[in-house]
Design a protein around this ligand. Sequence first.
Ligand code: SAH
Ligand code: DHB
Ligand code: MG
Length: 221
Amino acid sequence: MQESWGAVDEHLARALLPADAVLEQVLAENRAAGLPAIDVSPLQGAFLTLLTRVSGARRVLEIGTLGGYSTIHLARGLPGGGRVVTLEFEPHHAEVARRNLHRAGLAEVVEVRVGAALDTLPVLEREGAGPFDLVFIDADKRGYPQYLEWAVRLSRPGTVLVGDNVVRRGGLVDPAADGDPDVRGVRTFLDAVGAHPRLSATALQTVGAKGWDGFALAVVD
Ligand code: SAH
Ligand code: DHB
Ligand code: MG
């Protein structure tokens, strides 16, 4: 099945996405720099661009930058004057991301902040950086429950929240994964989203080039 998912992803990408030398180079740079190949797929990236556009977001927060591949997609959905703040723990990842963002012509649009998100999120709040219009949560999965709380704190009614990787090849429902702190983080995150009095949510499973996974989507009431 996985092979067909990949072939279908390639077909869809060929049919729907314009050729993009910058994005291809970013992925090549990320691999050359030794970053793990866990960027969103090209089609998922285009989905992030669309979400940013249809929500009319002007201020976007991303938690988990890696090499900035998803960041570029988010930034491309912004109107003129829009901004992305993206949080990354690994200095090497942040450095690669800054280079990629510069190459994509987005150095002035995106701010990369280095540090553990649980340290940099309170700084953003103190600075009055919010409210953000869209928040993409994609850092360490065990941190998702706390990132959710911060995302809501930095939101306004209408803010869109997106959580990546909430299915984890079915790990979500696999008893053998009960001890995995990342799977536990995702389960707690989903339960907290569902129980949250200010969130209306859904989740969509995905298959494709990156295997079997899913996005959680929520809007702040
Ligand atoms: N959004 C990226 C992929 C992010 S991968 C894309 O789709 O292109 C997850 C990233 O989160 C990694 O770069 C990892 O270093 C970072 N990360 C892990 N723990 C973190 C933390 N506590 N705070 C901020 N970033 C963290
Ligand atoms: C992992 C992290 C991601 O953000 C992702 O999209 C895929 C996998 C991981 O840590 O395994
Ligand atoms: Mg991810």
